[in-house]
Write a protein that binds this ligand. Sequence first.
Ligand code: UD1
Length: 429
Amino acid sequence: MDRIAITGGVRLEGEIAISGAKNSAIKLMAAGLLTDEPLRLTNMPRLADTRFLGLLLRRLGVEVTEVDDEDGPSMVLHAPEVTSAYAPYDLVRQMRASFNVLGPLLARTGHAKVSLPGGCSIGARPVDLHLKAMEALGAHIDLHEGYVYAQAPRGLTGAEIEFPIVSVGATEHSMLAAVLAHGVTVLKNAAREPELEDLAICLNAMGAKVEGAGTSTITITGVSRLHGATHAVIPDRIETGTYAVAAAMAGGEVRLTKTRADFIQALLDKIEEAGADVIPNNDGVTIRRNGARLKAVDIETDVYPGLATDLQAQFMALMTLAEGESVIRETIFENRFMHVPELARLGADISVQGGEARVRGVPALDGAQVMATDLRASVSLVIAGLAARGETVVNRVYHLDRGFERLEEKLGACGAIVRRLKDDRTEEG
Ligand code: UD1
C-alpha cells in the first residue's frame, strides 16, 4: 500500500486551486439515476470515491464518462434505462455514500436491493433515518442478510418527515427520492450544509421543485419526470479548510483559489483567533503566518454553519504546537479521535475523555511512522508532518486518496516536501 513521506519544517508559499466538493459530487452523481437524459457535472473532483461510485452506477446501467475540456474536469452521467436495481456489498462497502442510490432507484424503478454500507470507521453511523424516510415516502422496507430490499411499485408519495437529529446524508437521500414522488414532501430539521443547497440547485435545473434547501425546512413538490442538465459542483470546503490549517501550521503565505471562504467561516475565525492572518477575497482566501507561535484556542464541532467535524482532526494537529491548552469537543460523531494516538507518536500531548480532547501544545513535533485511520484523520497527520522535525511517513494512504485530489502535487507547488512512496518502496513524482 502506498505511503506518503513528508519532510517537515518548510514554510509554504504559493497558491492552491481547490477542487470540486467530494461530498457534493457523490450525491450529484446519484441524481444521474433520476433521468433518462444526460446529466453533466463540471468542476468534478477526480478521487477514489467518485471512481467507486462510477463503478456502481455503471453496474446499474448508467453510462459514466469522464471528460477534460475547457470547463476543466467534468463527468457525464446518462441512464436511458436503469438496467439493474441491485447495489452489491462489494461496491457499497467501499463508500458509505453509495447507499444513496437506494432513493433514486426506488423513485425511478419502484424497487431496489442495496447493501447496507461500510465507509469510514467513525462511530456506529447507522442508516435508520434514511430507511425511516423511505418508509415515510411509502416504500416497503425489509432487511435481510445485510441487504435492504425496498419496494414502491406504485411510486413514492410525498410526506412530512421530521428528522429527530440533523443528518446530512438522510436529508440528501430524502430529497433524491422525493423529487419524483407524487405530491408534496416537507423535510423538517433538515441539514443546512452547502452540499444540500448544491444538490437542490442541480435537481431544480433538472426540472425538480425543491424550495428551502440551506434552511432547516425543505419543501419538495414531486414531478413526474426529470430532464438532463449541466451543473457545476461547488468548491470543496473541507479541502479548503484543510489547506488553510496546513498553511497556518507550516507558516508562510498560501492563497487558496477557486473556493469560498464563507463556507468555512467558523474555522477561519478560529485560525485567526489562534494568531494567523486570514484574508478573504472574491476567489477564496489567503492564510499567512510569519514566525510567531500560535495560541491555543478551543473548538466545538457542530452542524453547518458551525465548525465541520471533517475539520476537527486537522485543527487538532494545528493545536499540538500552539502555546497553551486547547479543548476540542466533537459533537457529531462518537469515536472520532482515532488520530490522537498517531499524533502522539509525533510527540503531541493529548488526552481524551468521552467526546472531549485536551491538547497541550508542545514546542516541537518529531517525524515518525504513523498510520492513516480514516479520511480526515489521515490528512491531519500530513499537516502535523509539515511542521515536525525530520521525516514523517503516513502509512495506508488509500484513505487520503478517497478525498484529496493530487495532495502531494498541491502542497508541493507551495514548497512542501511531500513524496508518495509506492508499495514496492520506490518513489513516484
Ligand atoms: C456526511 C459527510 C461526512 C460528514 C458528516 C457530518 C458525506 C459523504 N459525508 O456524512 O463527511 O462528516 O456528513 O457533517 O457527505 N445518523 C444516525 N442515523 C442515520 C444517519 C445518521 O443516527 O440514519 C447519525 C450519525 O451516526 C451521526 C449524525 O447522525 O452521528 C450525523 O451524521 P450525518 O449527518 O448523516 O453524516 P453523513 O451524511 O453520513
